[in-house]
Design a protein around this ligand. Structure first.
Ligand code: QUE
Length: 352
């Protein structure tokens, strides 16, 4: 067992609380396994009607995965422990996506990468004034995983492509506007919301509605027209050309965001979003993402991105290839290629 996850049940309500505050609750293999084991138990338990998912002490809901450990995997064990982590994390994501009981995720603070993967599949997703939502993997040469290939292409207009290619941070109001959150509740009310759900688990929806407030005007809404126009092209080169051709300060800032990120990440994301249209279900998306993850953790861009963002913190990565033109279709074909049959991702047998 691990003390990095706190598991409780209060009457008919189960409660999972992330407890790794020194890393903004970034997920480890043990945390994914402990959460999944509890969820599998509660799934069968007729005494449990609702699951609450939040974080314990400290700022942030969940900053992602333990990418520093993943980076070591490439050199230490040929990527074996990295693949083991993603296999377990994606099984957890899929278990939540197919979970038959209502889950309420409280995105009260940093909700990035892995944190998106455990909150987006929840039936109820609560944003607050503290929410900082992002898929920032382009900064570390990884790719938008944990189901992003399912969620992002379903957002309105080109918002999903915008989030994947810029790594833009959304606040709680923007999450509510985009549909990434189902409710906006001030953080001061969360303790009472949880207590009220525990007291009346059949009233989840009414309690969330009662405590919801009107979020401030979302900045993202004001940029929707230009996002839809400038992120419409199918290719990374086309999007960059569209941003260059617009003389607004906004376009100049987003151009800088897009071109500072890993070019391979961006092209992987665009292909992933296209391929998701052919995925018959969420499990097919996760199997595709696992193939991509197995290749991306072995690429030098991932080690370099984690070095630049989290180790040396110079935010000056050297990408290879350095330009969109350098990332060929043949390279993408290799990243997306099937794994040997025995190495492919599979969901929990109980969750199919
Ligand atoms: C992209 C990411 C992650 C990131 C930054 C990125 C990520 C992650 C963390 C992170 C942040 C603070 C911590 C920690 C990890 O940062 O996945 O342990 O204390 O976990 O640009 O994907």
């Amino acid at each position: 067992m691990t003390d990095l996850i706190h598991l409780h049940s209060h009457g008919h309500v189960a409660h999972v609380s992330l407890n790794r505050p020194r890393a903004i609750h970034a997920l480890t293999l043990e945390m994914c396994q402990a959460m999944a084991a509890a969820l599998l138990d509660w799934r069968q338990d007729e005494g449990i009607d609702v699951v609450l998912l939040d974080h314990g002490e400290g700022r942030g809901f969940c900053a992602g995965g333990d990418v520093a450990a993943l980076r070591n995997s490439a050199t230490a064990d040929g990527g074996k422990s990295g693949r083991e982590f993603f296999h377990a994390e994606y099984r957890l994501n899929h278990l939540l996506f197919t979970y038959p009981k209502p889950v309420v995720a409280f995105m009260d603070g940093v909700t990035m990468g892995g944190g998106v993967g455990i909150s987006q599949p929840a039936r109820y997703r609560v944003a607050t004034e503290n929410t900082k939502f992002a898929m920032p993997e382009g900064a570390i040469g990884l790719f938008p995983d944990v189901g992003a290939g399912h969620y992002l292409p379903r957002l309105r207009g080109q918002v999903g492509k915008f989030l994947a290619l810029t790594g833009a941070r959304l606040d709680g109001a923007e999450c509510a506007w985009a549909g990434l959150a189902t409710h906006y509740i001030e953080s001061a009310h969360l303790a009472e919301v949880k207590a009220r759900i525990i007291a009346a688990p059949d009233q989840v929806e009414a309690v969330l509605r009662e405590f919801s407030s009107r979020p401030p005007e979302p900045r993202l809404k004001g940029n929707k027209e230009r996002i839809d126009r400038l992120f419409a092209p199918d290719t990374l080169e086309g999007i960059i050309a569209a941003l260059k051709g617009d003389d607004s300060d906004w376009a100049a800032r987003e151009l800088a965001a897009v071109t500072s990120k890993c070019p391979t990440t961006a092209k992987v994301a665009l292909r992933q979003f296209e391929e998701n249209a052919d995925c018959k279900d969420f499990a097919a998306e996760m199997a595709m993402e696992y193939r991509i993850a197995a290749r991306m953790i072995m690429r030098p861009d991932f080690a370099e991105g984690v070095r630049a963002v989290l180790v040396d913190k110079d935010n000056a990565p050297t990408w290879d290839p350095a330009t969109p033109e350098g990332v060929s279709e043949a390279m993408l074909d290799e990243i997306f290629a099937p794994l040997p049959e025995s190495e492919e991702w599979t969901p929990f047998p109980e969750a199919t």
